[in-house]
Design a protein around this ligand. Structure first.
Ligand code: FES
Length: 141
């Protein structure tokens, strides 16, 4: 079996680290323009009996639809905001542990109404309205 010498190993490691740094935090984690922007004129209705949306039948569950993250919070209310982080368009998640919206790409935190709690994101997520009627959840601008 061929063994890698130390120089080759360090060279490989250096390359990997550099590639990682570039992909993880390009531009030094400064706010960047959005590659994906918040949807406008949102207007859709989710059938909560549809298995695709079953996560919304439990507190803490969430789904994505048309660029929007729709969550049922730990207190049972429905919220909807753009799924695209305003920092660099990472896809945000609903964090039921803290009842907030979290971007796993660089760690921005937003309230469930979209306002910035912690950067690097500098502007809020667009918030949408929700309205529940029976098993129909409407999400709209
Ligand atoms: S993309 Fe950077 S914090 Fe979300």
């Amino acid at each position: 079996m061929e063994t890698m010498d130390r120089k080759e190993f360090l060279s490989l490691l250096g390359l990997t680290s550099a590639a990682f740094a570039v992909s993880y935090c390009f531009g030094g984690c400064q706010p960047m323009s959005n590659a994906s922007t918040a949807p406008t004129n949102v207007n859709f209705t989710l059938d909560l009996t549809n298995p695709a949306y079953s996560a919304l039948n439990s507190n803490g569950g969430y789904i994505y639809n048309g660029g929007v993250i729709v969550a049922r919070t730990v207190t049972g209310t429905y919220v909807a905001v753009s799924q695209y982080c305003t920092h660099a368009s990472g896809t945000v998640i609903y964090d039921s542990k803290n009842n907030d919206i979290y971007c796993p790409v660089h760690g921005s935190v937003f309230s469930t109404s979209g306002s910035v709690i912690q950067g690097p994101a500098g502007s809020p997520l667009v918030k949408y309205n929700t309205s529940l009627s029976g098993n129909s959840l409407r999400v709209y601008s």
